[in-house]
Design a binder for this molecule. Sequence first.
Ligand code: XMP
Length: 327
Amino acid sequence: MSEWDAFIKQAMAEIRQAVDQDRAVVALSGGVDSSTTAVLGHRALGDQLSIIFIDTGFMRQDEAKNVVESFASLGMQGQVVQAQDRFFAALARLTDPEEKRRAFRDTFYTVLGEVVASRTQRRPLLDEGSRGRQAGAVWLLQGTIAADVVETKEGVKTQHNVLEQIGINPEEQFGLRVLEPLRTLYKHQVRALAKELGLPPSIAQRMPFPGPGLSVRVRGEVTRERVETLRQATAIVEEVLAPFHPFQAFAVLLSDRATGVRHGERAFGQVIAARAVASRDAMTAEPLRVPWGVLLDLQERITTEIPQVTKVVYDLSTKPPSTIEWE
Ligand code: XMP
């Protein structure tokens, strides 16, 4: 018997007991936390669980396509909800990181609530009145993990989905009751569980990616053009640094510009910060040790493939005192 059998059995029993005859949804991001939650939920609930992928417009290259394909190969059907316009409108002109997170979160749960409501109308829910339960509740299975709980409690960032801690009542505001089957686990444990549940290494070992995605890696204003620049840089950083097995590796588009030279002329271009860290659980981190030549290749690829970028820096900060992200 594996060390995870008891955990899986208990988590499934708790999910079944809570959801009972109701319905449940999981909002899949493609990350290891929500994917593991989705598989646990699917095992516990089968077709009672709807898997929803909200395309916010702040995902990485080909992310929606890859996530849906991975889940289809596991026999789980996900529904993609195109909501890019909603998110870009909600974040327009915001520059403060916490305001961005709040706008992202409100839009996310509003869209999710709407999707759930529209599905409920199409598929009438069972009448549970006779058993004294409120009929037709919808449960939201969230991939909250232990680090999320700790960091939100400490007030480092309101980054995470620990809704009651950030003053959101999901039932009142969005008609959703929350279940968090992973809230006692740290990242390395979630990865082990994901493997145990049969998720492929591309998901089980996937780097953490913030819920608000690229919107909190674009410093300053979040426009489609700026997100696209960052998306390209992110793909390059991930590809070049993958052989060094970072805990996380990503790009940040800074709000400042820097003078450069292109074809003998002054170019006042964009600045990309490449960030890669070694860490066990994201609570502390140190910059990834990368050979100098690799960093030079990285800057060459970014400034060649994304001509509007004239400067690339590599972030050397440890956590603490820095954090992993820039916002
Ligand atoms: P920091 O930057 O606080 O990040 O050192 C710790 C871990 O959390 C991730 N992170 C987020 N995750 N929503 C999330 O779901 C967020 O707003 C958010 N901000 C940071 C970060 O990538 C790292 O793994």
